[in-house]
Design a protein around this ligand. Structure first.
Ligand SMILES: C[S@@+](CC[C@H](N)C(=O)[O-])C[C@H]1O[C@@H](n2cnc3c(N)ncnc32)[C@H](O)[C@@H]1O
Length: 152
């Protein structure tokens, strides 16, 4: 885990401010890795999906377009990212997108609420103990890390 010393408020402020420019600054390097991670996960429509730290909604939009919004939930810490992701999902025609604000270190889901977890560029920044409780040990956890452009 990397040492990130921002408070929750600082992280929310930083990411909310960055939201509108985020994809423009990152996708050139990260889009291929994210697409590959989604393909590896290959979530099926009946699988309960949890995406943690959805950011602008780039990956979650692709997930729900490919496998449906039913049984899917995604959370992020930053209100600015939530607004940006909502707009992306609305533009993709997803009504009532199952997005919420939550801190991944303090989730309120019951244990093993999901079959698979997806993340990109965040799970290496925070403790994952809480996230691990929401999937059974037989579940899938898949994602792309910030440096995974080297894997493309
Ligand atoms: C580097 S961005 C990655 C966003 C997206 N997953 C992507 O790959 O484009 C990190 C994201 O994690 C969110 N985040 C940071 N700490 C979080 C936490 N404790 N719980 C939930 N989301 C968090 C931020 O709001 C931001 O959207």
């Amino acid at each position: 885990m990397l040492d990130v010393s921002l408070t929750r408020q600082e992280m929310q402020g930083f990411c909310s401010t960055a939201a509108s420019a985020y994809d423009g600054a990152t996708l050139e390097h990260e889009a291929t890795a994210k697409r590959r991670a989604l393909a590896v996960l290959a979530r099926q429509p009946d699988e309960r999906l949890f995406e943690v730290a959805f950011g602008t909604g780039f990956s979650f939009t692709k997930q729900v377009k490919a496998s449906g919004a039913a049984n899917a939930v995604a959370v992020d810490l930053s209100p600015g990212m939530l607004a940006t992701a909502r707009a992306a999902l609305a533009e993709a025609g997803v009504e009532r997108p199952p997005l919420g604000l939550a801190d991944a270190r303090m989730l309120t889901f019951a244990d093993e609420s999901f079959d698979c977890v997806f993340n990109s560029s965040m799970i290496d920044l925070i403790p994952t103990d809480e996230i691990a409780t929401v999937v059974p040990s037989s579940g899938a956890c898949c994602g792309a890390a910030a440096g995974s452009r080297w894997l493309t």
